[in-house]
Design a protein around this ligand. Structure first.
Ligand code: PGA
Length: 249
């Protein structure tokens, strides 16, 4: 059975003191849930966040990593380095990485390969822009992102993968995909995986929705049969709203 996951992506927010405060409160108030709870702080907070949460069901994950194992890549962080501070999972291909840092599908293919080779789990993000949707190209865009980014994996590599569908037009805009719009795309993603790898793999991969998930829209999204949780940006920065989203699942 596939896992339910609520993952918070803090982006470039929260320094060490703020991260520490957040986790102290989260540990105190964490609801009983069948969902896996994850937070992706900045690189500088990973080690401390891992230490403070290690006895609780909270997984500390990274927001990005480089596709090489080591080398002269100033400012970059490798899978090995992440693992050495307790990180077992990384977000790959977030639309902000694609948009502001020029990450393309081909580079993401290499990052996925690197993750798999290092036994690193990952949340692979896909999503279309508004103009893709307006021109009815949204399915094509998502299929290409999956094809190039993921479909060179061996079947056994899928145990490392979670997918996040994050329509770019819904990220940080307050505009959420309607539950039926999100469900339609999640179903398409699962079917596209099934066409290549078969039903068993497709049925077992968790597909998260991301893009302005809030306490007041989470429940309706989670009621959709192909939505297995959320990748939450803004609403993961406050313990109160993050907890409400966990409760909604
Ligand atoms: P948002 O961000 O919830 O603030 O829209 C989601 C994300 O970027 O993962």
């Amino acid at each position: 059975m596939r896992k339910k996951i609520i993952a918070g992506n803090w982006k470039m927010f929260k320094d060490l003191v703020e991260a520490n405060d957040f986790f102290k409160q989260l540990i105190e108030k964490l609801p009983d849930t069948e969902a896996e709870v994850m937070i992706a702080p900045s690189f500088t907070n990973l080690w401390h966040s891992f230490q403070i949460t290690r006895d609780y069901p909270i997984e500390i994950i990274a927001q990005n990593m480089h596709e090489e194992n080591l080398g002269a890549y100033t400012g970059e962080v490798s899978a090995e380095m992440l693992k050495s501070v307790g990180v077992q999972r990384v977000i790959l291909g977030h639309s902000e990485r694609r948009m502001f840092f020029g990450e393309c599908d081909e580079q993401l293919n290499l990052k996925v390969e690197c993750a798999v080779n290092n036994e690193m789990n990952f949340i692979f993000c896909v999503g279309e822009e508004m103009e893709d949707r307006n021109s009815n190209n949204h399915f094509k865009v998502i299929k290409r992102q999956l094809d190039i980014g993921l479909f060179e994996m061996y079947p056994e590599d899928w145990k490392h993968a979670v997918i996040a569908y994050e329509p770019v037009w819904a990220i940080g805009t307050g505009e959420t995909a309607r539950p039926e719009q999100a469900q339609e795309m999640h179903h398409f993603i699962r079917k596209t995986i099934a066409d290549v790898y078969g039903n068993e793999i497709a049925e077992n991969v968790s597909i998260l929705y991301g893009g302005s998930v809030k306490p007041d829209n989470a429940k309706q999204l989670f009621q959709q049969p192909d939505i297995d949780g959320a990748l939450v940006g803004g609403a993961s920065l406050k313990v109160s709203s993050f907890i409400k989203i966990i409760q909604a699942i």
